[in-house]
Design a protein around this ligand. Structure first.
Ligand code: KIV
Length: 273
């Protein structure tokens, strides 16, 4: 099976819902490869893996190292790597320099960056320089310090137009798809109907062209998950049970048992004697 490309994702609009999850590490990438259309090496890894307060501390080198491990451990799903805060806002040229590093060093299928109209020139420069770009509007975690924190967008209809304009700007700039995060259901539905590129919702609407969740959230491996997260498993409980069992067996010396230790070569029997 050939790896799904960014243009395959774009072409799914109107045909089939697009299944996306985050992946930051090789074990998760191996487990979900092919089960999802797209894996996002999201900068949410700063909060999920490193326990940072927000995503602003994440560096380009961290994204590149995690991107490499996800690409190396997978062969089927499209892999998109997030551009972290401070690596693309200054100018389209700076964005190209850093995005090209991500593409070269990770061998991923494209990058994602946050921002609507403000990022139009940058997205256009990257897309025209052969870098597939996924947009991200609505709640933008890299702007939480200035932009109303993690509050849901579009609760009043008077707010809608700016998000619609952002979405259209991202599409016109040449993005292959766009994440709609933390906005009311009717606003996300309206944007999804207006755009020709697929919208990927997180805390948005079932009418988006696809959905994304943080894998650790949906597997029950994070302790605080927002309202929009559905826990499909409670892996924290399974891990706890497994660890307790291991501890008991180490203490009562039933682990390691014969099957988990190395044995001597069997003695040869000399039949000539
Ligand atoms: O960083 C991330 O994981 C994201 C998704 C939640 C869309 O941006």
């Amino acid at each position: 099976m050939k790896r799904v490309s960014a243009s395959d994702i774009k072409n799914k609009k109107g045909k089939e819902p697009i299944v996306c999850l985050t992946a930051y590490t090789a074990p998760i990438a191996r487990a979900i490869d092919g089960g999802v259309d797209l894996m996002l090496v999201g900068d949410s890894l700063g909060m999920v893996l490193y326990d940072y307060e927000n995503t602003l501390q994440v560096t380009l080198n961290q994204m590149i190292e995690h991107g490499k491990s996800v690409v190396n451990a997978s062969s089927k799903s499209c892999v998109i790597v997030d551009m972290p805060f401070g690596t693309y806002e200054e100018s389209p040229d700076r964005a190209f320099k850093n995005a090209a590093r991500v593409m070269k060093e990770t061998n991923c299928n494209g990058i994602k960056l946050e921002g609507g109209r403000l990022m139009e020139r940058t997205i256009s420069h990257l897309a025209n320089s052969s870098i597939p770009v996924m947009g991200h509007i609505g709640l933008q975690p890299q702007s939480v310090l200035i932009d109303g924190g993690y509050k849901v967008r579009g609760k009043d209809k008077s707010e809608w137009q700016k998000y619609i304009d952002d979405a259209i700007a991202v599409e016109n700039a040449g993005a292959f798809s766009i994440v709609l995060e933390g906005m009311t259901e009717p606003l996300a539905t309206e944007i999804s109907q207006k755009l020709k590129i697929p919208t990927i919702g997180i805390g948005a609407s079932p009418k988006c062209d696809g959905q994304i969740l943080v894998t650790e959230d949906m597997l029950g491996l994070t302790n605080v998950a927002p309202k929009f997260v559905k826990k499909y498993k409670e892996l924290d409980k399974s891990i706890n049970e497994a660890v307790n069992q291991y501890a008991i067996q180490v203490k009562n010396r039933t682990f390691p048992s014969s099957e988990h230790v190395y044995h001597m070569r069997p003695k040869l029997v000399n039949n000539n004697k």
